[in-house]
Design a binder for this molecule. Structure first.
Ligand SMILES: Nc1ncnc2c1ncn2[C@@H]1O[C@H](COP(=O)(O)OP(=O)(O)OP(=O)(O)O)[C@@H](O)[C@H]1O
Ligand SMILES: [Mg+2]
Length: 253
């Protein structure tokens, strides 16, 4: 272990930080795919960003501008090629792979467009999986998963396979799975992309409710202005950089 490495048990739970705190700070972030090769793509070209705890932020921009790449960097699903990401003042460059895995599991929730649910598991099994991975007792994990699904209006679909659920219902299972560990930051890549407008509105209202009640931070990539305007502000990207930030509120309360 190098001197800079944070010991495993010292990695704090981000949710314990104070409300006014900057939960995510990005400085000079670069990402190059296929680095040094002839097909190198410089996908992020110096991104700086600050997000406060409880913010609900949208990221918009043309296809290929780097939105998913940025989200993957924030979620630490892939390594950056330069720059720094601080989550609640922890410089994540200093975490080992093992520490990063635990940190991601405990602090970050992911909601993708294609839901990524396991079709061989029931709804409730999909939702309890992250708790089982954290070492929860199976009875407790099951109870918590049921409670959350009931809260999301899925109480009568607990034992269905995702294949037997509508798009909106699958999305609610995916949302429950992302929320079950109570992560401080929730990342969504086109989280309503495959849903019709009524279901998208329902999911967005759900996000807003969770955001207001739990002060959980949301970062949502979307092509949809309607979705973006339900966030606190919109970060616009162009060619691997942030071009400008549009501050809300966009709607009258
Ligand atoms: N795994 C990869 N290997 C090589 N290049 C990649 C990879 N992933 C993305 N890219 C390239 O990086 C750039 C940014 O891609 P990214 O997926 O972040 O765009 P995006 O803004 O999410 O686009 P969209 O709105 O179409 O989803 C694009 O030029 C893309 O071709
Ligand atoms: Mg994308």
């Amino acid at each position: 272990m190098t001197q800079n490495e944070v010991k495993f048990k010292e990695v704090p739970q981000v949710s314990q930080i104070d409300d006014t705190e900057v939960i995510l700070r990005i400085e000079g972030l670069h990402k190059r795919y296929n680095e040094g090769k002839s097909n190198e793509v410089h996908a992020l070209r110096g991104v700086d960003l600050e997000v406060r705890k409880g913010d609900m932020m949208a990221i918009m921009g043309p296809s290929g501008c780097g939105k998913t790449t940025l989200l993957n960097m924030i979620g630490h699903l892939d390594k950056n090629s330069g720059g720094e990401i601080f989550i609640s003042d922890i410089d994540t460059n200093n975490l080992s792979d093992g520490q990063m895995t635990a940190f991601r599991r405990d602090n970050i929730g992911f909601i993708f467009q294609l839901f990524n649910l396991f079709s061989f598991l029931t709804a409730v099994e999909n939702v309890e999986t992250p708790l089982l991975l954290k070492g929860y007792n199976s009875g407790i994990a099951r109870e918590q998963a049921k409670m959350l699904l009931r809260d999301l209006g899925m109480g009568d679909r607990l034992y269905h396979s995702p294949l037997e659920l509508s798009g909106g219902q699958q999305q609610r299972v995916a949302v429950a799975r992302a929320l079950i560990t109570d992560p401080a930051i929730i990342l969504g890549d086109e989280p309503t992309g495959d849903l019709d407008s009524t279901t998208s509105a329902e999911v967005m209202n759900l996000f807003r409710r969770i955001n207001k009640i739990n002060r959980q931070t949301f970062v949502l990539v979307t092509h949809n202005r309607w979705i973006a305007e339900r966030c606190d502000y919109i970060v616009h990207m162009l060619d691997g950089k942030i071009s400008h930030v549009e501050m809300g509120p966009f709607l009258e309360e």
